[in-house]
Design a protein around this ligand. Structure first.
Ligand SMILES: C[S@@+](CC[C@H](N)C(=O)[O-])C[C@H]1O[C@@H](n2cnc3c(N)ncnc32)[C@H](O)[C@@H]1O
Length: 265
C-alpha cells in the first residue's frame, strides 16, 4: 500500500485521540506531519507514532495539524437564509432589552463570524431583529485568528456571499476583498480549544460547523454537546454544518437540517 507507514500511524493513533480515521485530507496532513517529523529529527513514521503515544505535548501539536481550516463566508448560503428566517421568528418573541449572545466555535479565519454579523445587520435594518447582539469567535489556531483580525480575504472566501452584501461590506483591491472594519464592532475573537478548554457562557446560539461533528468520534461529540447544553440559554439554538448531524439524546431537538434547539433541562 502507498504511504503505508503514514496510514498505519493515523489508523493507530486517531481513535484513541477521539478522531475519526475516515474523513481526513490525507495528502495535506501527511505533508504537514512529515514536516513536523523533520523538525523533530525523526525519519520513520513508526518512531513518530511512538513519540505521539508517550508525549502529550506532541499529541497537542499533532491535533493542530489534523484541524482543517478551510472555510468561506456564508458557507452553504441556503442554510444561512434559513438561519436568518428562523432567528428573526424566534427572537421576535424575546424581550427587546436583552442582548443576543452568540458563539462561533471553531471560526477559522472569521468568515463564519463576520457572516453572522452581516446577517444580523441585515435583519436589523429590515426591522426583523430588535435586540442588540454580540458574537464571540473562537479557534484553537492562532494563524486563523490572525487572518480574522486582518479582515482581508481572497475570492474563494467571498464567492458565496450574496451579491449586494458583498458590495455593501467589501472593497476589492489587487485580487483581495477587504472587509469594512465596522463588520467587527460587535465581535470578539479569542483563542480557545473547544475540546480542552472550559466552555465560555452563556449563549443564545452556538455555531459548531465543520469541525467536531465532522472529524471527531461520537463519544467526543456527545461529551461536547452535553457541555454545550450547559452554556446555552433555554431554547438556545445550535447551527451545524451541511453534512453533519447531532447524535440523538444529547438534549437538542431538530428544527431543520442544520438548526437544532436546546430542549428543556
Ligand atoms: C473546516 S474549518 C470550519 C470553519 C467554520 N466553522 C466553517 O464552517 O466554515 C474548522 C475550524 O475548526 C477549528 N477547530 C477544530 N477543532 C477545534 C477545537 N477542538 N477547538 C477549537 N477550534 C477547533 C479549526 O482550527 C478550524 O479553523
Amino acid at each position: 500500500m502507498k504511504h503505508e507507514g503514514f496510514e498505519r500511524l493515523i489508523r493507530e493513533i486517531l481513535p484513541g485521540m477521539g478522531y475519526m480515521y475516515r474523513p481526513m485530507n490525507r495528502r495535506n496532513i501527511r505533508r504537514k506531519v512529515a514536516r513536523r517529523m523533520e523538525e523533530k529529527g525523526i525519519h520513520e513514521w513508526d518512531n513518530y507514532l511512538d513519540l505521539l503515544k508517550k508525549d502529550r505535548a506532541e499529541r497537542t501539536a499533532f491535533e493542530q495539524i489534523l484541524r482543517v481550516t478551510i472555510t468561506r463566508f456564508f458557507r452553504n448560503a441556503g442554510m444561512w437564509e434559513e438561519l436568518g428566517n428562523l432567528t428573526a421568528r424566534i427572537w421576535a418573541l424575546q424581550p427587546v432589552d436583552r442582548v443576543i449572545s452568540v458563539w462561533s466555535a471553531g471560526c477559522a479565519g472569521g468568515e463564519e463570524t463576520y457572516s453572522l454579523a452581516m446577517l444580523f445587520e441585515q435583519l436589523t435594518s429590515d426591522g426583523k431583529l430588535s435586540q442588540d447582539w454580540e458574537i464571540l469567535g473562537t479557534d484553537s489556531d492562532t494563524n486563523s485568528l490572525k487572518r480574522a483580525s486582518q479582515m482581508i480575504y481572497r475570492w474563494g472566501s467571498v464567492r458565496e456571499i450574496p451579491g449586494q452584501l458583498r458590495e455593501r461590506w467589501f472593497a476589492e483591491k489587487d485580487d483581495s476583498w477587504i472587509l469594512d472594519p465596522s463588520a467587527g464592532q460587535n465581535i470578539t475573537f479569542q483563542q480557545h480549544d473547544i475540546l480542552n478548554d472550559p466552555a465560555p457562557d452563556s449563549f443564545n446560539m452556538i455555531l459548531l460547523r465543520n469541525n467536531i461533528l465532522t472529524y471527531n468520534t461520537e463519544p467526543v461529540q456527545r461529551a461536547l454537546l452535553s457541555g454545550l447544553q450547559k452554556c446555552m440559554e433555554p431554547k438556545g439554538l445550535l447551527f451545524i454544518g451541511r453534512k453533519e448531524t447531532v447524535p440523538e439524546d444529547t438534549g437538542f431537538e431538530m428544527l431543520s437540517d442544520s438548526i437544532y434547539c436546546k430542549t428543556d433541562d
